[in-house]
Design a protein around this ligand. Structure first.
Ligand code: ADP
Ligand code: MG
Length: 334
């Protein structure tokens, strides 16, 4: 039983219903389709992909902020998708979230102390001096001081605000934190500090992360395992370093090549590689996804089968999977 992952997402699908159009008929966006992955205890699963690929929707389904249209989510041996309308209090404690923008996720009229204190009191009967001490300890865990507790969110820097959001999440000792683009709004040096904080907290608390970001360079540094999403589907998963050094899916390669590098010469080389790799361009709309492999419109190895059949995730090596009709073709690894 100890080998049970903390979280198992099994063929998750989520659709958004769009307003009824003039022509009648309810239109739906298939935002997430057939997504499966696991997060072991104390590990980080990094979910990466361009904007609109379904990362946040996956996170929101796990947080039970929206109802899946298919598949199962199993947390700590419990079927989350079978919960009723009300989410059990224990699940609301065990699974916390840190969003990209703390200014909109923190109450602007509440001091940091009140915000963190409220979360603690939702799950533990603490008050007065005991609560104060607990909040101070939590602030200390995220590298803030007791006096930060008396500040309002707008009186803090972006990095400090994100530390407050992290403090609120860890205050109740969750088992999993969904971090949805937690550093995307921060400048590069602050990004590094917040990432180090998250890794330190993982070491001391043993918490697991679902770490969502559009930037593969950020994800590879925090993740044990990576999942690459494209237009609602996982296209590649595997150990973080392997996926980044030996990507199998052409889309993963494109993401790697489009990551910004400080060296202008290497940047130019990557740009050239990217041009050679595919037809580039913007991702297609999830409202009208291309048939077959959704990436085939941008892939230079696309053949007839790619436009006709959706490739399934298949094993491409130990602990590695990819959904590409041409995975392993010698022509593609050149
Ligand atoms: N509330 C919503 N209503 C309708 N469509 C939505 C809604 N939220 C997201 N979408 C659509 O679902 C798809 C996935 O979005 P999202 O999960 O936010 O992607 P990501 O986090 O990877 O940028 C996108 O096409 C997006 O436009
Ligand atoms: Mg998002």
């Amino acid at each position: 039983m100890n080998d049970e992952p903390l979280l198992r997402v099994d063929r998750l699908s989520v659709a958004y219903r769009l307003g009824t159009g003039m022509l009648g008929g309810r239109r739906k966006v298939a935002a997430v389709q057939d997504v499966s992955f696991e997060i072991p205890k104390g590990a980080t699963f990094g979910l990466v992909g361009e904007s609109g690929s379904g990362k946040s929707t996956t996170g929101r389904a796990i947080l039970r902020l929206l109802q899946p249209s298919g598949g199962r989510i199993v947390f700590d041996g419990r079927d989350v998708t079978a919960f009723g309308r009300r989410t059990p209090l224990s699940y609301r404690r065990d699974v916390q979230v840190v969003f990209q923008d703390p200014l909109s996720s923190l109450n602007p009229k509440q001091t940091v102390r009140t915000t963190i204190g409220q979360t603690i009191r939702r799950h533990r009967k603490l008050g007065g001096r005991e609560l104060r001490r607990e909040v101070d300890e939590t602030l200390d865990m995220v590298g803030l001081s007791s006096f930060h507790g008396d500040r309002l969110p707008h009186e803090l820097s972006g990095g400090q605000r994100q530390r407050v959001a992290i403090a609120r999440a860890v205050a109740v000792r969750p088992k999993l934190i969904v971090c949805d683009e937690p550093v995307s709004a921060l400048d590069v040096s602050t990004q590094g500090q917040v990432i180090n904080l998250l890794t330190d907290l993982q070491r001391t608390l043993g918490v697991s992360y679902l770490f969502i970001a559009h930037d593969l360079d950020v994800v590879r540094h925090v993740s044990t395992t990576i999942g690459v999403m494209y237009l609602g589907r996982l296209v590649e998963t595997g150990p973080a370093d392997e996926v980044c050094t030996a990507p199998v899916h052409p889309y993963t390669r494109m993401l790697l090549d489009s990551a910004l590098v400080p060296d202008p010469v290497e940047q130019a080389e990557r740009r050239a590689r990217r041009r050679a790799l595919g037809r580039g361009g913007e991702p297609p709309s999830p409202l009208a996804p291309p048939p077959g492999c959704a990436f085939h419109t941008r892939c230079r190895w696309a053949s007839e089968v790619c436009g006709a059949e959706v490739p399934q995730m298949t094993s491409t090596g130990p602990a590695r999977r990819a959904a590409c009709h041409h995975a392993g073709d010698p022509a593609m690894t050149g």
